[in-house]
Design a protein. Sequence first.
Length: 354
Amino acid sequence: MSNNHKHDLHSAFQINNEKAIKEKKFAAIVSVIVGLLVFAGKLWALYLTDSTAVLSDVAESVVHIVATIIALFSIYYAAKPADKNHPYGHGNIEYFSAGFEGLLIIIAAIAIFKEATVDLISGKTFQNIDDGMIIILVIAVVNLILGKYLIQKGKKTNSLILIADGEHILTDSYTTGGVLFGFILVKFTGLFIIDIIIAYLVGINIIFTGYKLIRESIRGLMLEIDTELQDNIVRHFQKIKKEDWIDIHQMRLMKSADKVFLDFHLILPYYYTLKQAHEIDDFISEEMLKNFGSGDVYIHNDYCNYQMCAFCKFNDCSERKTDFQHDVEWNTEKLIGENLKKYIEKFNAKNEIN
């Protein structure tokens, strides 16, 4: 790969990354603004109705606004370039943000349970059901649209923060819909206890959302493998594999927000020059970054030996000592596992036993 081509490739990745960052920032700002408007609408509905279920919805909105502001800060911070103290960039702050949002959601649920229990004991009622229903319906629709928008943008830009925020807002939309359903039941039955039951259900629902966000945050901070991404990378290797790529092993994957860091060992013919090896490395790096986003690819080149000839499909090899006999499947287990030399030793030992 020429230096000009590598420069063009780097520039293209940089432009795409800057575009994704701008999209994430814009989406987060939209979330903050709409969140404030929705919060104002819920306060108005609470003022009109004095409903326990609406109060629970207001509590969730407070959490959402705080979490969205933190998310906006996190997106700006995560966009900072890597430095000597953060060689992998600042993307992991997204995991802290998602975990913090999950914790706030659970705290809000506890507050909802407390308020609903007090109202249940006191036998509280509420008023202005018709006006409250109209406001709640508008809020539910707005949140539904906003939540789907944020999730779509989050998936497009590979942003856990936006996906987490979108899922939270969708949950808010569903719970607001539940509040609306409760209003309808109260209107036609006159049973005000339904409002309190709805508040309990809202609390239970958002606890599950909070748990999912905390679980996702822990996965990221503990560098748990994204198995879906790993399998996609393996499938891409299978697609682009060349005959002179004799083996890939010890593949490791780390994901930090929207950045993917991949390293592995690649066995090439022992007589290849450094120039040939680097051209192959550049091709693989380009393919991985083009298909799986920004980040880095680190390749450790190993050389083959004559023992590997029977497991090598490189027909044009000038140094082959044995014809190709055994195919080695490039599946996930193989690529993340041991090198071809150890694989052959186990293969031969197994055949001797048989």
